[in-house]
Design a protein around this ligand. Structure first.
Ligand SMILES: Nc1nc2c(c(=O)[nH]1)N[C@H]1C(S)=C(S)[C@@H](COP(=O)(O)OP(=O)(O)OC[C@H]3O[C@@H](n4cnc5c(=O)[nH]c(N)nc54)[C@H](O)[C@@H]3O)O[C@H]1N2
Ligand SMILES: Nc1nc2c(c(=O)[nH]1)N[C@H]1C(S)=C(S)[C@@H](COP(=O)(O)OP(=O)(O)OC[C@H]3O[C@@H](n4cnc5c(=O)[nH]c(N)nc54)[C@H](O)[C@@H]3O)O[C@H]1N2
Ligand code: SF4
Ligand SMILES: [Mo]
Length: 750
């Protein structure tokens, strides 16, 4: 920093991942000079990861769209905001007029969950009045919501491991040392995991790969991909067989223990050893140690969620916590009590019988997959676009998502999007997905907007809230996501006044209610910590939250059961019928694997994340992309030797639906028979606006993940445990493919 530079410092959060670390952004006018950790943030205490600096890259990125663009025969044409909103609204209205409201789908991507603009997406969705609602949930955490609904009646009551107070943490299919936690918002995961050991506790990690997290653990159980439900059943078998079950306080309002006992009796450790790749003795010991621990918490995330057994596994994790007395107790798995709480809403909905109608009451037209939380699974979206019939999707409004790279079988979606009559994207870049849009509406970048996180904080290991003031003044003429979506909601609702939805939206936006600060204020005032509940002296208002530059600590998690139960009978359902049914199918799951091997798919594909990456959209940051190629296929030396592969060789990985070619990374950190490939790459497609990303494009693993294989209960993508085969490719073939990709990749119209 030069001596003549006058900087001001703005304290806020990094909202790139769920940790939401406090940061200090030093700015000089419109220039971001430096981003460092905020030592006064009570949660992150100065911790940040390398991605925080990428917020500045994002802000400065020359490829980021600064004004709306419209697709024309000659490429992208820059247009003004009013024209863009009018064009987008008319395009969507026309599709709805031609084919009906349900012919226009909407899609919400991951970054939408990290901002209060989400509230305006909800308004937009109402204005669209379509049955075809989609979001990244069905490629992420949906099984957790559905399990919570089945067990507690309350889709947002997700158990959070009380990581700072536990003495025994069992981690299944998560790599928090890299991802920094998910459905467990707590910055600085490495230190928190180390601290468990430091206070005499134990961390056990279940993962087919020796990950960065296993290095912080006392024990690593190198499970076979897809083996987790069997491992959990084996553990439950031991718990019941040895009389170690003890529900504690929860026993007073829990049902279903006997059904669980019967289920677990069929799965002794000896039976599951082969399926899990873990010997029976270790499984039994793992169960005993978990049951005996003072305070234990089992935690699972995408490695077990993105599976055909995603729901069953998350259910069994909560069951293990419950039957060992660790559900809703200090140091176990607890429920956050955030500034907003949807529990009363779900209680009312359930009383009115509407809650039950949010799940599995409809089937996706072509795939037959169930709906959940009022949405259909993204795995089935391409078929909804490509298959004629009533409610065929002909238009799309997409906000902050890149499903061409992030949804299973993304290559087919890539083709399907071209088939739409009209598509609107609210996004900052011409991406693999938005390049198909007729118009892209780019809001200002995160550092240029005020914000308040209401979603991620509700899944934190500590009750807290923190306001995020803008760090740099927004560019003149720049608009925020919520403004764009409110305008769009008005534009789409226009001319439809008279229909109840159009009228409601018109009214909402007229009185200004649709702005996120008004809605957030209402939510805070009426929430568990608001003035209406806690009184004028202690209660929160949005203003009080704004005035605390480093956030407000609302204390450690406290027991919330039976309060968070919204089941009509106010009981905790340990053994809901749909989950018992799914567990009854586990035999089939085991044999599917043998069928795949017989069909020539002798290896199993799983995913991986890197610290210097975030899903599909930070690969344009030079600083993060430095270093070696990360889009590689990780295989064990035995598998490499069997195929004559050397480190760096090109391999072809083939699944039922297609092939990709990429360099191989040979390491004994992965289980033999397993191949690990990260998602979010594949930037070499024509017209993608990320110029730097296109220099190291990689390939998209989701070109070979199978949208025909999903978690049965929720339709959620099964990115992990995909049957594949791995073969060597001759060096020439790869060089030619890469050259061809580079030739077509190139100038977008930004
Ligand atoms: N740096 C970085 N951080 C991120 C992201 C990112 O892209 N980069 N993405 C963010 C998002 S959107 C999310 S949802 C979270 C996800 O956060 P995590 O759930 O921690 O995700 P991963 O790091 O993918 O870890 C999944 C682990 O599951 C393992 N696994 C695969 N298959 C199986 C299996 O069958 N059984 C078991 N037991 N394990 C298996 C993998 O080897 C991997 O180590 O991360 C968030 N944070
Ligand atoms: N194979 C495999 N596939 C996976 C996963 C896996 O583990 N393996 N993980 C899945 C998971 S957990 C997730 S969450 C998804 C993530 O997948 P997506 O939800 O598709 O999210 P991203 O890939 O992060 O793309 C985000 C898009 O939002 C845009 N964007 C970013 N910030 C903003 C903003 O503030 N406003 C607007 N308007 N746009 C913005 C970016 O430019 C980008 O186009 O991927 C899923 N796909
Ligand atoms: S861990 Fe990194 S990306 Fe996630 S919030 Fe913290 S600084 Fe940002
Ligand atoms: Mo995610």
């Amino acid at each position: 920093m030069g001596a003549d530079v006058v900087t001001t410092t703005v304290n806020r959060q990094c909202t790139l991942c769920e940790a939401h670390c406090g940061i200090r952004v030093e700015v000089d006018g419109r220039d971001v000079v430096r981003i460092t950790g905020d030592p006064d943030d009570h949660r992150s205490q100065g911790y940040i990861c390398p991605k925080a600096a990428a917020l500045a890259d994002l802000y400065e990125d020359p490829d980021r769209l600064r004004a709306p663009v419209r697709r024309t025969a000659d490429g992208w044409e820059q247009i003004g905001w009013d024209e863009a909103i009018a064009y987008a609204s008319k395009g969507i209205r026309d599709v709805a007029r031609r084919h009906g409201d349900h012919a226009v789908a909407n899609y919400l991507g991951n970054p939408g969950a990290h901002t209060w603009s989400l509230l305006s997406f909800v308004v937009l969705r109402l204005a669209m009045a379509s049955r075809n609602n989609y979001s990244v949930s069905s490629a992420d955490q949906l099984p957790q919501h559905v399990v919570a609904t089945e067990m507690l009646g309350n889709p947002v009551a997700l158990p959070i491991p009380d990581i700072d107070r536990t003495t025994h943490m069992l981690v299944l299919g998560a790599n928090p040392a890299v991802s920094n936690g998910s459905v467990l918002s707590a910055p600085g995961m490495r230190d928190r995991l180390r601290a468990i050991t430091g206070r005499g506790g134990k961390v056990v990690v279940v993962d087919p790969r020796r990950t960065e997290t296993t290095k912080l653990a006392a024990e690593h159980l190198q499970v076979r991909p897809g083996g987790d439900p069997f491992l959990l059943l084996g553990m439950l078998h031991v718990v019941f067989a040895e009389g170690l079950e003890d529900l504690g306080r929860v026993a007073a309002f829990a049902d279903g223990l006997e059904e669980l006992r019967v289920l677990a009796s069929a799965w002794p450790p000896e039976r599951v050893a082969e399926l899990t790749g873990i010997d029976a003795g270790t499984i039994a010991r793992t169960a005993r140690e978990f049951a005996a621990a003072d305070r234990a918490a089992a935690y699972g995330r995408v490695g077990v969620c993105h599976q055909t057994t995603g729901s069953v596994t998350h259910w069994l994790i909560t069951v293990l916590n419950a039957v060992t007395g660790n559900l809703d107790r200090e140091g176990g798995a607890m429920f956050t009590n955030s500034v907003v709480d949807a529990t009363p809403l779900f209680r009312i909905l359930n009383r009115l019988g509407i809650g039950a109608k949010l799940h599995r009451t409809r089937r996706q037209r072509v795939s037959g997959y169930p709906d959940a939380l009022g949405e259909f699974p993204v795995a089935g979206l391409p078929d909804e676009i490509l298959t004629p019939g009533r409610d065929q999707v002909r238009g799309l409004v997409i906000y902050a998502g890149n499903p061409v790279l992030s949804a299973p079988g993304g290559r087919r979606l890539d083709t399907a999007l071209e088939d739409l009559e009209f598509m609107v994207a609210i996004d900052s870049f011409v991406t693999e997905t938005t390049r198909h849009a007729n118009v892209i509406l780019p809001a200002v970048s995160p550092l240029e907007r005020d914000d308040l996180d209401l979603v991620i904080a509700a899944f934190s290991n500590r009750n807290h809230v923190r306001f995020n003031p803008k760090a740099v003044p927004p560019r003149p003429g720049g608009r925020e996501d919520w403004e764009v979506m409110n305008d769009l909601a008005r534009g789409i609702g226009r001319g439809r006044v008279g229909r109840p939805i159009g009228l409601a939206v018109a009214l909402l936006s007229k009185v200004g209610l649709a702005g996120p600060s008004t809605l957030a204020q209402l939510a805070v005032l009426t929430g568990p910590h608001g003035v209406l509940r806690r009184g004028p002296r202690k209660g929160l208002t949005l203003g009080r939250i704004r005035r605390q530059p480093h956030g407000i600590d609302l204390g450690p998690l406290e027991p919330r059961l039976p309060g968070v139960l919204t089941t009509p009978d106010r009981r905790l359902h340990l053994a809901p019928a749909p989950l018992l049914r799914e567990a009854g199918r586990l035999d089939e799951v085991a044999s599917e694997k043998e069928d795949a091997a017989a069909a020539g798919f002798d290896m199993t594909l799983i995913g991986r994340r890197s610290v210097r990456s975030n899903n599909s959209w930070l690969h344009n940051s030079r600083r993060l992309m430095k270093g070696r190629d990360r889009c590689t296929a990780l295989v064990h030396p035995d598998d490499a030797a069997a195929r004559g592969l050397q480190d760096g060789d090109a391999v072809r990985v083939t699944s039922r639906i297609g092939s990709i070619e990429l360099p191989v990374d040979v390491s004994d950190e992965i289980l033999p028979g397993v191949v690990s490939i990260p998602h979010g790459f594949g930037h070499g497609r024509p017209g993608v606006g990320w110029k730097h990303a296109a220099t190291k494009p990689g390939v998209s693993v989701n070109d070979i993940t199978d949208p025909g294989v999903v978690d049965r209960l929720t339709g959620t993508a099964a990115f992990n445990a995909v049957p594949v085969r791995v073969e060597v490719v001759s060096g020439d073939a790869v060089a030619q493919d890469a050259a061809a990709d580079r030739a077509v990749a190139g100038a977008p119209g930004s």
